[in-house]
Design a protein around this ligand. Sequence first.
Ligand SMILES: [Cu+2]
Length: 293
Amino acid sequence: MSSQDRTGSRRAKIFKVSSLVVMAALFLSGCSSEVQKGWLPAERDNTSNTGRIIDLWVNSWIAALIVGVITWGLIIWCIVAYRRRRNETGYPRQISYNLPLEVFYLTIPLFMVLVFFYFTDRDQQAIDARVEDPDVIIDVRGKQWSWDFNYVLENKYDAGVQAQLNGEPGVPETLPTLYLPVNQTVEFRLNSRDVIHSFWVPAFLQKRDMIPERENYITLTPTREGVFEGKCAELCGEYHSEMLFNVAVVSEEEYEAHLETLEDGQLGEEYDRNPQTVTGESPSGADEQIGQD
Ligand SMILES: [Cu+2]
């Protein structure tokens, strides 16, 4: 077999393997419903913010891909056009200080960063804008390893209790469920009772840390009825993976009916591991618990 034949058969083999890999990737990705939604676990109209977030995400990918294709094209062009020819020996001609080239590779990336910054900042400001008087205020208290939901304006509360802390997959029916009325502005006041948690409803495409002694906010309007999964997105201890909840976006009537089933009052700072309202000695056991973190 001549060396040319060998190169030819090796090329054919590489081509066969790479087309198999591409086919497998297409086949596997086709099986996932997430991919069909543009890699995001949300519909455009889940909340007042999801459309904007999806646009920012998808357009950033388009911009990155355009830059990527140009960059890959230039790399391949350099490799092919300036490859070592058969009769060449020694080093190629060495050059330095090409001012036009240096200006080009400083200004183009700077321009790209500024464009990304502009659109990110514009959307972030719109998404994070708080409203003057929201229709619903939910004071969410993250705790190892569940959630308390205070309906502030209605003075009702729902205390989350973990049904099982055994590492088994959570049972959706036993999880605490936050109710929200559809098409009404909601302000989440995010607080933690012990360590850093993170409030995350994947279908809303929004997530924010809950930090002890510091209140964070998410403002949005849920615009689609349904039950969505919520979870803690900050590793917060042994049963972090079971720190789950549901969000039920329902009609105004269903929301009112659900509130009727809840207890009056609020579960505030007095249930924190180090309550701010208690002066003097910390409650029994609190110090030991902190030591275990
Ligand atoms: Cu957590």
